[in-house]
Design a protein around this ligand. Structure first.
Ligand code: ZN
Length: 424
């Protein structure tokens, strides 16, 4: 689906609770952030429209935009006729080209890093193959710190600066303490990841944060979808593990203790295959990458060789499907049926406007989608699947790192003048 950037919505994703203070300075901070978020989520627009959409007086908007321009966070761009009558007005758009957020994803067989500037342009992108479960956590953190350090040097050399680094980690994590509590697919239990990175990066490093990888993937997807006025979505990661990120009414759903979205372990076949979590028949044993590869190929087949780049193996498998290979098509049908079953359950419970399939699912287009859609049509209680569209992610395996980079830029939205003042 192609997003219609013109018909943009005006709800905004807040990744942290707003401050409770209500003095003048904090109201101004909140208003500056409101305008910035609107420009991020809905795109460039004239001042008059910003005033209408935020409900703030035009004089206030003029004043706020002057401060944002002065701080290099927005700029006035081309003229645009707002409607068919009246004078064309200057549009205001995000700037902040020198201000970056860094997201780093630790996955089962790679580290992925993305640095985005405030406009959302990719400034640095790195992917380092790494056998994370087979490597000591301390060594994984060494490598992660080295990649971050190189990126900070690259940004500095280009006159840009990072305002934050967010680690996207699989499994159950505590964003406040920076501890990965339990991530069975990479074999981590109680790893103090953020403290470890802080020690390695030293005192000059930007602030470090952490969030679950699927939740950050959902954030990245939502920033695309919100421009098409979609505010309720489920993002499903597809890799060895299957995770979910849920955006409900424009807000990331964390649940009472942060476990919301652990959809990979829904017990859909209690007598099925053993799962990395120690149970049997979790959803990810039916639809995860390992399941697909096991159904599609023998153990000595090249598509099951972890030494070969994953994207290459998936491209191979897609070619086999395209050439009509019965075993590959059978494997995809089997995964599609189980995928549809779990998604129907989620659609019944959450009634999302969109479900975005990422990771390996996104490689198989109609070989997977048509069948998934027909299972949903058949199983979801609401008519027309409750208005839910099933889409493929366009972010590939970068969604979590990208969401991490957006997350790392959050301080700019919370305090637009503070961040740039700190940048000196
Ligand atoms: Zn499980």
């Amino acid at each position: 689906m192609k997003a219609d950037l013109r018909g943009a919505g005006v709800r905004h994703l807040a990744m942290a609770a707003p401050s409770g203070a209500s003095d003048r300075a904090s109201v101004r901070r909140a208003n500056l952030g409101l305008v910035l978020r609107l420009l991020r989520d809905a795109g460039a627009r004239p001042r008059t429209r910003i005033a209408a959409e935020t409900g703030l007086p035009k004089a206030t908007i003029t004043n706020l935009i002057a401060e944002l321009v002065q701080n290099g966070l927005v700029r006035e761009g081309r003229t645009e006729r707002d409607g068919s009558i009246g004078r064309p007005g200057l549009t205001v758009e995000l700037d902040g080209r020198a201000i970056c957020g860094i997201g780093v994803e630790i996955n089962v067989d790679y580290l992925s890093l993305i640095a985005l500037n405030l406009r959302g342009d990719v400034i640095v992108e790195r992917r380092v193959p790494l056998d994370v479960p087979g490597t000591e956590a301390a060594v994984v953190l060494d490598t992660t710190a080295a990649v971050i350090r190189e990126t900070l040097d690259t940004l500095r050399a280009r006159g840009a600066r990072a305002v934050g680094v967010t680690l996207a980690a699989p499994g159950v994590i505590d964003p406040d303490t920076g501890v990965v509590g339990y991530a069975p697919n990479i074999g981590w239990r109680q790893v103090a990841a953020l403290d470890g990175l802080r020690d390695r990066l030293g005192p000059g490093a930007p602030p470090l944060g952490m969030e679950n990888d699927a939740k950050l993937g959902a954030v990245a997807e939502y920033l695309l979808a919100s421009a098409a006025d979609i505010h309720d979505l489920i993002y499903v990661t597809g890799e060895t593990g299957v995770g979910g990120g849920i955006i409900s009414g424009g807000q990331l759903l964390r649940g009472s203790a942060g476990f919301a979205g652990e959809i990979g372990h829904m017990p859909l076949d209690p007598t099925g295959f053993p799962c990395a979590c120690g149970r049997r028949g979790c959803w990810e044993t039916m639809v995860g990458l390992s399941a697909l590869l096991r159904f599609a190929a023998d153990p000595d087949d090249v598509v099951r060789d972890p030494a070969v780049d994953l994207e290459q193996r998936l491209a191979d498998l897609r070619d086999r499907a395209a050439s009509g290979d019965p075993r590959t098509l059978g494997a995809l049908d089997r995964v599609a049926d189980s995928l549809g079953l779990g998604l129907a359950l989620l659609a019944d419970v959450l009634n999302p406007r969109a479900i975005v399939l990422g990771g390996h699912f996104a490689y198989f287009d109609d070989f997977l989608l048509e069948r998934v859609r027909s299972v949903l049509d058949e199983r979801v209680m609401a008519p027309d699947v409750g208005g839910c569209e099933i889409m493929l992610s366009t972010l590939g395996f970068t969604a979590a790192a990208r969401g991490g980079a957006y997350h790392a830029l959050e301080p700019v939205y919370r305090d637009p003048s503070g961040t740039t003042a700190a940048l000196g």
